[in-house]
Design a binder for this molecule. Structure first.
Ligand code: AHR
Length: 332
C-alpha cells in the first residue's frame, strides 16, 4: 500500500526507493488481485466493474486487467453482476482493505453519495471510469474518465437526419435503450432526441430498455415488430442489443440494414462485422480501452497529485465502407 497523506513531492521520492505499510489483501470477496502478490511498494487498486453484459464490457475488463498487470499495479477486481448493491459492498470492502485507490464504473448514476463519502473520509481517492454519477458534491471523486455519451447520441441522430435529408415521408424509429438509470442510456437518448429535432418527420414511436444485452435486444425487438408493423429505423444504444434485434428482424422475414435501417453504439468486432455485412448501417464508436489511462491516473492519485477532473475518450464513427477497412485491425 502507498500512503496518500504524504505530500506528492516527498512521496514521489519515497516511491522510487521504498516501501510503505502493507495492504491487508487476501481473501477478499470484493475482488481478486491480478498482481504478482502484494509487494509492499505496489499500488493497490480496487476496481468494481458493472458486470459482463456486453462485448464492450468484456473488452473493458480485459483492458483494465492487462493494463494493471503491465503497470505493476495490484488490481483487486470485483464483478457486480449488474447490481448497484454489489458495487457498494465491493467499495466498502475496498475501504476496509485500505486499498490505495478505488475505481468503478457505476451501473446507474444515482445513489452513490454515502459510499463515496466513506471513501473520502478514509482518504482513499476514487476515480470514476466509463460512467458518471449524479453527485452534486464533485469533491467525492478525483476524476472521471470516459466517453461523452450525449455526443454519441447526437452523432447517431445526425447521421439519421442526413440519411433522410430532402425526404418528406414519416420516419418511424424504435429505440432500444441501455440499462435504465445508467449514464449511457440517459445520455444517448438525450443526444439522439436533440439531433433528430432537425427533421420533424423523424419520430421515436417505441422506446424500451434492452439492458445492454443481446438476448434482451432480441426479445424487445420481437415485441416492437409485433406491435408496430411500419418500423423504418432501429436505434440501439449498443451493438449487442442491435445484434439481438437483427435476429428478431430476420426471424420476422425482414432484411436488417435494408427493410429496417439500424444504428448502434460501441463498434465492437461483432457489431463491425454486421456493419461490414450490411446488416447495420452506422455505428458510433465508444472505446472500452480505458485501462492504460486509468492506471496512469491511479498512480498519480496514489502519489497525492491533483487529477484532471474530466478525461474524455477519443472516438469516431463508422459507415459500412469504413467498417470493412477497419475490421482487420479491430482488437475487440
Ligand atoms: O457504459 C458503456 C456501455 O456499457 C456500453 O456502450 C455498453 O455496451 C455497455 O454495456
Amino acid at each position: 500500500m502507498v500512503r496518500r497523506n504524504i505530500s506528492a513531492a516527498v512521496l514521489s521520492g519515497v516511491l522510487a526507493v521504498s516501501v510503505l505499510a502493507g495492504c491487508g489483501g487476501g481473501g477478499d470477496d470484493a475482488g481478486s488481485g491480478t498482481g504478482s502478490g502484494s509487494g509492499d511498494d505496489k499500488i493497490t487498486l480496487g476496481f468494481s466493474q458493472v458486470g459482463a453484459e456486453s462485448g464492450w464490457r468484456t473488452a473493458n475488463t480485459k483492458s483494465i486487467q492487462e493494463s494493471a498487470a503491465a503497470a505493476g499495479i495490484d488490481l483487486k477486481f470485483s464483478d457486480a453482476q449488474g447490481k448497484q448493491e454489489n458495487q457498494i459492498a465491493a467499495i466498502r470492502n475496498f475501504i476496509t482493505q485500505k486499498v490505495d485507490v478505488i475505481a468503478f464504473s457505476p451501473v446507474v448514476t444515482s445513489g452513490w453519495d454515502a459510499v463515496l463519502k466513506e471513501a473520502k473520509d478514509a482518504d482513499i481517492p476514487v476515480i470514476l471510469t466509463d460512467r458518471a454519477v449524479d453527485s452534486q458534491d464533485k469533491s467525492l471523486y478525483e476524476s472521471f474518465i470516459g466517453s461523452d455519451f450525449v455526443e454519441e447520441g447526437k452523432k447517431a441522430g445526425d447521421w439519421l437526419v442526413k440519411e433522410y435529408e430532402g425526404k418528406t415521408d414519416k420516419v418511424n424509429v424504435v429505440e432500444l435503450q441501455g440499462t435504465t438509470g445508467s449514464a449511457p442510456a440517459i445520455d444517448r437518448k438525450t443526444g439522439f432526441a436533440e439531433a433528430i429535432k432537425a427533421n420533424p418527420n423523424i419520430q421515436i414511436v417505441k422506446s424500451q430498455t434492452g439492458d445492454f444485452k443481446r438476448a434482451d435486444g432480441k426479445t424487445v425487438m420481437e415485441t416492437f415488430l409485433q406491435s408496430t408493423p411500419d418500423i423504418d429505423v432501429l436505434y440501439a444504444h449498443n451493438d449487442d442489443m442491435g445484434l439481438g434485434a437483427i435476429e428478431a428482424i430476420e426471424a420476422a422475414g425482414k432484411k436488417p440494414g435494408t427493410d429496417i435501417k439500424i444504428i448502434t453504439v460501441d463498434a465492437v468486432k461483432d457489431g463491425m462485422t454486421a456493419l461490414a455485412a450490411g446488416k447495420i448501417n452506422f455505428i458510433v464508436e465508444c472505446s472500452p480501452l480505458l485501462g492504460p489511462q486509468l492506471m496512469d491516473l491511479a498512480k498519480k492519485a496514489a502519489a497525492g497529485e491533483t487529477l484532471e477532473k474530466r478525461v474524455l475518450t477519443e472516438e469516431t464513427t463508422f459507415t459500412q465502407e469504413q467498417a470493412k477497412a477497419e475490421l482487420p485491425n479491430r482488437k475487440y
